[in-house]
Design a protein around this ligand. Structure first.
Ligand code: ADP
Length: 171
């Protein structure tokens, strides 16, 4: 049975096949979850990311997990919130979908996401959670390898928003 779980915690400690990084388009590290992942994975991650020469918003790139317990890190720049009329919903959905595609193609069974774009990028939490849950659930129907996706929420407010969406949508 395929599952979407919501937990509160630190994504760098996730024990599974892949974690997703809410990166920026340079892929060269930053604050928030991106900084935490780079610190925990070690400097080899920086060297691996350099080779991509950036990544457009909504696309995704995969690296090894280096010093993390996860085998892979999937890097995706989510959209910066600019009021909602600059294609943000589609770009956010693309980030989730392209990350899941890569994970599935690499044979991952378990994948963890942070709450993409709702930190420094200021995407409204409820709206972002709705798109994330919808996109993940739709993808899981056709996934070949992925059997469990975990939303790893850093704070209580974020945890509550994703939990509300999942309860809302599942029978
Ligand atoms: P963005 O630039 O995409 O908004 P941020 O890193 O600023 O990315 O925030 C995205 C989310 O990640 C926020 O909810 C933030 O609290 C959360 N976050 C920060 N550190 C971690 C971590 N170690 N594990 C999981 N989530 C984290």
């Amino acid at each position: 049975m395929k599952q979407l779980k919501v937990i509160q915690g630190d994504i760098t400690q996730f024990q599974g096949d892949a974690i997703v990084n809410a990166a920026n388009t340079t892929l060269m590290g930053g604050g928030g979850v991106d900084g935490a992942i780079h610190r925990a994975a070690g400097p080899a991650l920086y060297a691996a990311c350099e080779k991509f020469h950036g990544c457009p918003t909504g696309e995704a790139r995969i690296t090894s997990g280096f010093n993390l317990p996860a085998k892979y890190i999937i890097h995706t720049p989510g959209p910066i919130w600019r009021g909602g009329y600059s294609g943000e919903p589609q770009l956010l959905a693309n980030s989730y979908q392209n990350s899941l595609r890569l994970a599935d193609r690499y044979g991952c069974q378990t994948v963890a996401f942070p709450s993409i774009s709702t930190g420094v990028y200021a995407y409204p939490l409820g709206k972002a959670a709705a798109i994330a849950v919808q996109t993940i659930q739709k993808f899981m129907v056709k996934a070949r390898n992925i059997r469990e996706v975990t939303m790893v929420c850093f704070d209580t407010k974020t945890f509550q928003a994703y939990q509300d969406q999942v309860e809302h949508r599942l029978p």
